[in-house]
Design a protein around this ligand. Structure first.
Ligand SMILES: Cc1ncc(C[n+]2csc(CCOP(=O)(O)OP(=O)(O)O)c2C)c(N)n1
Ligand code: SF4
Length: 268
């Protein structure tokens, strides 16, 4: 074989050399995320963008952004978004869905937003069986405002407002939102997922896919809790947060479905 032929044989095209196995979801904007390294919000955003793309519903989807670290979700998701005042996302989503029933409507809320100031809106929206998807990011703390205790803060967990650890005798037990709302008749699909490992990310993605798909049935509220990391306010490295989620968060907040539709409920 002459040298020229040998060179041709050894020259691989870019396509041959690199098999594309992952790319930035098309419905994420080019805006640089402000989230801290290791924060679960980025992963949750990515999943929403991917699922909306997979279902081909970007022009039919409207999200409601919270107050909290995810306040700029509307800058990151290339989806129609409406900002809601602190805790009011479920009420705003209710209005949007009732006026535009053919749209896929979801809220994206932290635990301070949804389980503290917005708990009334949340419970009443689910109790009415609003046909919306609620995505609830539980990082057991108020992230944006520098780490105050949330309703979801674990027993004994130190925060800026529970510096000696959450004392449940005076501060109450952490609220398990899935278990709290699942018995309501209006709750159609309730599940708790996480985004700290690849396997859990895949499961969380499937849950978001189901939550949006079920909306076309018009049979009630879908509620997806996502256990998420907050390295900055937990005062841990991103790697340490994975351990904390496994050893401390999941035993208190077990992962998995809390309420699933019966096969007959999945008929139009
Ligand atoms: C009515 C009202 N009260 C308080 C605040 C201040 N505030 C802004 S974000 C926030 C906490 C958000 O925490 P969380 O919902 O858990 O979201 P994270 O930042 O952890 O994602 C608070 C108390 C506010 N913006 N509006
Ligand atoms: S403070 Fe916590 S929740 Fe907020 S961006 Fe940083 S890691 Fe994420």
């Amino acid at each position: 074989m002459n040298e020229e032929k040998l060179e041709q044989q050894n020259t691989v095209t870019e396509e041959e050399e690199f098999e594309l196995i992952y790319e930035r979801p098309v419905h994420l904007t080019e805006t640089r995320l402000h989230y801290c390294p290791g924060c679960g919000h980025s992963t949750a955003h990515k999943l929403i963008a991917e699922v909306v793309h997979e279902l081909g519903i970007v022009t039919k989807t409207i999200g409601v952004a919270p107050v909290g670290c995810a306040v700029f979700a509307y800058d990151y998701l290339n989806i129609d978004m409406q900002e809601a005042a602190h805790g009011r996302a479920c009420a705003v989503a209710t209005g949007i869905k009732r006026v535009l029933p053919d749209k896929y409507v979801f809220t994206y809320q932290g635990d301070g937003d949804l389980a503290a100031i917005g708990i009334a809106e949340t419970i009443h929206a689910v109790n009415r069986g609003e046909n919306i998807l609620i995505i609830f990011i539980n990082n057991a703390i108020y992230g944006m405002t520098s780490g105050q205790m949330a309703p979801t803060t674990l027993p004994g967990m130190k925060t800026t407002t529970s510096p000696y650890g959450r004392d449940t005798s005076s501060m109450g037990m952490p609220l398990k939102m899935c278990e709290l709302i699942a018995p309501l008749k209006g709750a159609f699909y309730v599940t708790r997922q996480a985004v700290h490992t690849a396997t859990n990310v895949r499961k969380a993605r499937k849950a978001i896919l189901n939550g949006l798909k079920y909306q076309t049935l018009g049979k009630g509220t879908c509620f997806i809790e996502i256990i998420s990391n907050c390295p900055s306010n937990w005062k841990m490295t991103p790697v340490q947060t994975i351990d904390f989620i496994e050893k401390d968060m999941i035993p208190y907040y077990p992962l998995g479905d809390v309420k699933v539709p019966k096969p007959e409920d999945l008929k139009q």
